[in-house]
Design a protein around this ligand. Structure first.
Ligand SMILES: [Cu+2]
Length: 120
């Protein structure tokens, strides 16, 4: 009788740790996936260049523009979507590209600073 109780408890403990292990695994893989998605929809605003200079995204993608340099820059978009940010040295601007087509990006402070977003 004593042994039987002990055995049941051991199984319960094993099941509990298995559940915890599987849950942790799922959390880790979803974190990894969201990390990859974020990497593909972000543009760095640097001194004095955008990185990357060409980005292809699916319609409806929210792209983060992240200021990383010391010089002041804006992001001025024309084409399939249009917007213009403030001239700033830090911060993040998020924009959801809702229309298919090509969007040209330029920094008005540095006209040579250009990038293209292709929305498919
Ligand atoms: Cu600039």
């Amino acid at each position: 009788m004593h042994l039987e109780v002990h055995h049941t408890m051991t199984i319960r403990i094993r099941l509990a740790s298995l559940t915890a292990f599987v849950t942790a695994g799922c959390l880790l893989s979803s974190l990894a996936l969201s990390g990859l998605a974020a990497a593909g929809s972000s543009v760095s605003v640097k001194d004095d260049t955008f990185a990357p200079t060409t980005l292809t995204v699916k319609k409806g993608t929210r792209v983060s523009f992240v200021w990383k340099g010391k010089h002041p820059h804006d992001v001025h978009a024309t084409g399939a979507s249009t917007f213009k940010t403030k001239v700033q040295t830090s911060g993040t601007f998020k924009y959801t590209f809702k229309k298919k087509g090509t969007v040209k990006l330029v920094c008005d402070v540095h006209p040579g600073m250009k990038a293209t977003v292709k929305v498919e």
